[in-house]
Design a protein. Structure first.
Length: 209
């Protein structure tokens, strides 16, 4: 499935790239930056890839997932420049995936309470099925002490929307209430290291330099 994005207010693009994702936040970032793109979700078994990299660093896993998504869509659209991206959350040495149920989301939030979260976001570009660029960044987010009443009220507001979010939050929405301190780039926290991505797109000739 493809979504053609038209900002309706001009563009900085020389070509329309493909975003290998249907993530609302990643679409919003590119649209706000006046980058023309089509969105085509990648068919990648993320959990299987993670299982094969059990001993790898979180940043390496995020990069591998971003590259796998870009390469998968690029193989189907070899004439297009494809952008893949992925995010991974680590708390006290434990990696967290997107919650598969509200009950699991509650468990994640209880574990996060009072702890520091490291969010790794990675991106990769592919053309003709080959990775031509890869990059990543990370942010640190300190979660405040979360009461059971807050967790219940928060998920009443945000479930199931946050089932698509590692870390069980949308920082641009009620998820901001989870944190007492944030250190890092806002775009990385939203799910993609946008400034390095834009630089790479310019290097590839996809944007006006």
């Amino acid at each position: 499935m493809s979504d053609t994005i038209d900002s309706g207010r001009g563009t900085v693009s020389r070509e329309t790239i493909v975003l290998a994702s249907n993530s609302a936040s990643r679409k919003a970032m590119l649209s706000a930056a006046a980058v023309e793109f089509d969105a085509i979700a990648a068919d990648v078994d993320e959990r299987a890839l993670e299982a094969g990299m059990e001993d790898a660093e979180p940043a390496e896993i995020a990069q591998a997932l971003a590259a796998a998504k870009a390469a998968a869509v690029s193989a189907l659209h070899p004439d297009r420049l494809v952008l893949g991206s992925d995010s991974l959350v680590e708390v006290d040495g434990r990696r967290f995936d997107k919650p598969t149920s509200r009950e699991q989301a509650e468990e994640h939030l209880r574990f996060f309470s009072g702890r520091a979260m490291t969010l790794h976001s990675a991106a990769a570009l592919a053309r003709e099925g080959r990775i031509v660029w890869i990059g990543s960044d990370f942010a640190r987010l300190v979660v405040r002490d979360l009461s059971e009443d807050f967790i219940a009220a928060y998920l009443d507001l945000e479930w199931p929307a946050v089932s698509h979010c590692v870390g069980v939050f949308r920082i641009e929405g009620p998820g901001v209430h989870l944190f007492e301190r944030i250190m890092g780039d806002q775009y990385t926290i939203l799910g993609m290291p946008l400034l390095p991505v834009l630089d790479a797109l310019r290097e590839e000739g996809a944007l006006i330099a």
